[in-house]
Design a binder for this molecule. Structure first.
Ligand SMILES: [Zn+2]
Length: 104
């Protein structure tokens, strides 16, 4: 599953909030699942558990990309095709959030 940068930022904000004790009286699996975008309602707890583990793995396993030249000669992200002007200076793609791996 591909996680957008916005989803990643939302998850971080939610987990930081949880770390302050804000959700102390809520089941921790529910808090974590909600933080990382796993739907809890109407599911068995083992389903929520499995989806939460998978979503956590996806969050940690941040995708990588490299810079390619598109058919118009512009510098582009190899994963999403984003051609933002500052890609050359960026450490990650502003569109899909992949970490840009460079040969240098
Ligand atoms: Zn990209």
């Amino acid at each position: 599953m591909r996680i957008s940068d916005d989803e990643r930022k939302r998850a971080v904000a939610e987990l930081r909030e949880a770390s302050t004790g804000a959700y102390r009286h809520v089941d921790s699996l529910d808090v974590i699942a909600n933080s990382i975008g796993v739907e809890v309602d109407g599911k068995f707890s083992h389903e929520v558990e499995n989806e939460t583990y998978a979503a956590l793995a996806d969050l940690i396993d941040r995708p990588t990309c490299h810079l390619v030249e598109d058919e118009d000669g512009r510098t582009a992200c190899s994963e999403c095709g984003c051609t933002a002007l500052y890609l050359l200076d960026a450490t990650y793609c502003p569109d899909c959030g992949s970490i840009i791996e460079r040969p240098w």
